[in-house]
Write a protein that binds this ligand. Structure first.
Ligand SMILES: CC(C)(COP(=O)(O)OP(=O)(O)OC[C@H]1O[C@@H](n2cnc3c(N)ncnc32)[C@H](O)[C@@H]1OP(=O)(O)O)[C@@H](O)C(=O)NCCC(=O)NCCS
Length: 183
């Protein structure tokens, strides 16, 4: 018989499969985050974001408990235009954090991204999330990054991180400008 999950259940999470989701709606985010006002902690930043095209999720007893999204974004690096796979919308249900669900859903998304074509994955995050993504193989991009906003290019106030999607891919030198809203 299955044990009913409770919010104070601190057992290690059983391995749960990552599945492709057809979409990730505001209602999904509200359910996943427990109707948090500011689920990603970035509401105060004056930034417009873009939606993601591909969605990965983990369900536990039918409930969506983790999500990561991907979208191909154009980027200029050192004056050369290329594409990157943007990772965003990474979130785990508050009562199930610290059990490896972000690792599982981000790892599955990055595995998928390896087949999408671009050589690099790219993400933006608050400084206190950097160690988490470093654990997952991402590296800080130690330079200013411009992103598109409705009023024109703006300096991204969040940390930018990248990960190679192909063997031996190294982030090229030179100014970095995302030619799209950030993800
Ligand atoms: C950030 C968030 C997604 C992490 O989810 P999680 O399920 O608790 O993360 P995991 O348990 O999978 O942790 C992944 C790894 O990062 C490590 N880690 C997590 N937080 C860390 C921290 N603050 N510092 C260092 N390492 C950290 C874990 O130890 C784990 O490493 P390991 O697998 O090698 O042991 C979750 O806290 C969340 O949903 N926060 C709100 C939304 C948000 O901020 N999303 C990120 C937007 S960029």
């Amino acid at each position: 018989m299955r044990t009913t999950d409770t919010s104070d259940d601190r057992r290690p999470a059983e391995p749960l499969p990552v599945v492709r989701l057809p979409e990730f709606t505001r209602a999904d985010l509200d359910e996943l985050s427990g109707n948090a006002d500011d689920p990603f902690g970035i509401a105060e930043l004056p930034l417009e974001w873009r939606s993601k095209d591909e969605h990965f999720g983990i369900r536990r007893d039918g409930r969506l408990v983790a999500h990561a999204g991907l979208v191909t974004v154009p980027v200029s690096v050192g004056g050369v235009r290329t594409d990157a796979v943007g990772l965003g919308g990474v979130i785990v249900a508050p009562d199930l954090r610290g059990r490896g669900l972000a690792r599982a859903v981000v790892t599955a998304a990055v595995e998928h991204a390896r087949g999408m074509g671009p050589r690099f994955g790219l993400l933006f995050c608050l400084p206190d999330r950097v160690p988490l993504y470093e654990r997952l193989g991402w590296r800080v991009l130690e330079r200013e990054v411009l992103v598109e906003q409705p009023g024109g290019p703006a300096v991204m106030p969040l940390r930018c991180m990248w990960t190679p999607l192909r063997e031996g891919a190294h982030w090229p030198p030179g100014p970095v400008r995302l030619l799209s809203l950030p993800m």
